[in-house]
Design a protein around this ligand. Sequence first.
Ligand code: ADP
Ligand code: MG
Length: 253
Amino acid sequence: MVKVIAIANQKGGVGKTTTSVNLSACLADLGKKILLVDLDPQGNSTSGFGFDKTKIKQSVYDVLVNDVPIEGVILQTKIENLMLLPATIQLAGAEIELVSIMSRETKLKRVLDKVKYSYDYVIIDCPPSLGLLTINSLTAANSVLVPIQCEFYALEGLSQLMNTITLVQKNLNPALSLEGVVLTMFDARTNLSIQVVDEVKNHFRHKVYQTIIPRNVRLSEAPSHGQPITRYDPKSKGAEVYTDLAKEVIDDE
Ligand code: ADP
Ligand code: MG
C-alpha cells in the first residue's frame, strides 16, 4: 500500500525541505519507490536534486491550476526509484488561483490519486504557511511528519498546526494521522537543544522519532551541489541519521 506523507510546519527554516529531500533519497536507497512532491514555491526540493528551476517547463503549478496531466510533469532524479514533481516560483500564484476552482482543497489529492499507486511513498514538501497549498497537502496525505528545530520557541506555532490538522480531519480527510515528530538541527553542546528535546518528548510522547537530526554542515552544503546527503557525502553524520530516520518510517508500518 502506498503511503502519502506531508512534511509540514508553517515555520520556515525548521528542516522541512532537508527532511523531504534526504528522507526521500534514503527511502529510495532502501528499495522503496518514491514520488517527492515539491509544494513550496521556493522550489528548494527541486533545486536540491540539481534541477535548474529556470529551465523547468511544466511544474506542479500546471498540474494544479492548468490541468496538465501529472504523468508528463514528473521527473526522474539521479537516484534510482526516486521521482520528483517539481515546483517553480510560479506556484506562488496557485494559492490565489486555486481559490476559484471547484473543490479547491482536494485538487492535489485528486491529481495524486491518478499516480500514487505506482509508489511506496509519496512525500510532500510543504510551504511555510497554513494556506491552501498546505491544506491541499494535508487533504491528500495519510499522515503528517512534523520537523521541529531544536531552538528557542520550538513549540511556538505548533498548536496552530495541530488545529489545522484537526480541522482537515473533521472536514476533508478523517483518516489523516500524525506520522511523527522529528527533531532537527540538534546541537549537543547547548543546554537549549537538550531542553527542547525534553519538552517536545513530553508533549508528543511516543510520536517523537528516536532518530534526532544533529546540526551537520554537510547537510547544509549538499543542496548547492544538487545532491541528497547520501550522494554528496555518504559517510557523513547527516547521511547516517537520515538513513536511520528512513528505517524508522518503514518500521512504523
Ligand atoms: P524549511 O524547508 O523548513 O524552510 P530547510 O530544510 O530549508 O527548512 O532548512 C533551513 C536551512 O537550514 C537550510 O539552509 C538548510 O540547509 C539548513 N539545515 C537544515 N537542516 C540542517 C541540519 N540538520 N544541519 C545543518 N543545517 C541544516
Ligand atoms: Mg522548505
